[in-house]
Design a protein around this ligand. Structure first.
Ligand code: IPE
Ligand code: IPE
Ligand code: MG
Length: 237
């Protein structure tokens, strides 16, 4: 019997294990990041083929700026290269690209390519790819709080009118809640990824470094998601 598999509405991937994948092979961490991004592109195309509506990809955290400058610089250049090179294919598949994160202290060339790709894909109607780049959930909550406080101070919002919608509207992007969060590499933590949006997400932690994370592994995560019984605080259905 073929069970009907439901594709979740919003999946998040914490892209992890590029460095260990490379070290295991005697390669540089840069080679691991490059392999990770090639894989990520294929996973994005697969998600689009499956008809996934929203895919959030954690590719660089606010805390990742603590890494050695040579690794940070490599990653920044890789973002520029990848977004330039893959742009046409994203367009061909009608994928919409948005970014979550702080602009400061991203270099100008990265911000430029981010702005270009979001502007050019903004009317696309297929999968929304939300790249979390220089993203931290705590920073997002702090920025949201400051925005709301400003509106209260300038009189455009009264405290009694602050609702969950106000919070939603002041986050970096207008996205539905996460249904499924996948973290590769075997680590069992969120590392500051979409804490608010993941309130009722299901979690899946495959023991695979991201450059080895294949389409069938992504599918396995979706199948496992279908086995979960989500209750949202209500009674067992
Ligand atoms: C994930 O791989 C990519 C980024 C954080 C940019 P890592 O670089 O964290 O790989 P590991 O965890 O060291 O193996
Ligand atoms: C989380 O991975 C951030 C991204 C995947 C972009 P890290 O490798 O930075 O997380 P920790 O340091 O293991 O928690
Ligand atoms: Mg890591």
């Amino acid at each position: 019997m073929n069970e009907k598999i439901t594709i979740p509405n919003h999946i998040g991937i914490i892209v992890d294990g590029n460095g260990r994948w490379a070290e295991q092979r005697g390669l540089s961490r840069s080679a691991g990041h490059r392999a990770g991004f090639t894989r990520l592109k294929n996973i994005c195309l697969y998600a689009e083929r499956l008809g996934l509506k929203y895919l959030s990809l954690y590719v660089f955290s606010t805390e990742n700026f603590k890494r050695k400058k040579v690794e940070v610089d490599f990653l920044m250049n890789l973002f520029v290269e990848v977004f330039k090179k893959e742009f046409q294919e994203l367009m061909d598949h009608h994928v919409k690209v948005v970014f979550s994160g702080r602009r400061e202290p991203l270099p100008y060339n990265v911000l430029k390519v981010m702005d270009e790709i979001s502007e050019k894909t903004k009317n696309n109607t297929s999968t929304v790819l939300n790249f979390c780049l220089n993203y931290g959930s705590q920073a997002e909550i702090l920025d949201m709080t400051r925005n709301i406080a400003k509106q209260v101070l300038d009189g455009s919002l009264s405290i009694d009118d602050i609702t969950l919608d106000t919070i939603h509207n002041n986050l970096y992007q207008d996205l539905p809640p996460l249904d499924l969060v996948i973290r590769t590499s075997g680590e069992l933590r969120l590392s500051n990824f979409m804490l608010y949006q993941a309130s009722y997400a299901e979690f899946y932690f495959p023991n695979i470094y991201f450059p080895d994370f294949m389409e069938n592994d992504f599918w396995d995560a979706i199948v496992e998601f279908n086995r979960r019984n989500r209750r949202f605080g209500g009674n067992q259905s």
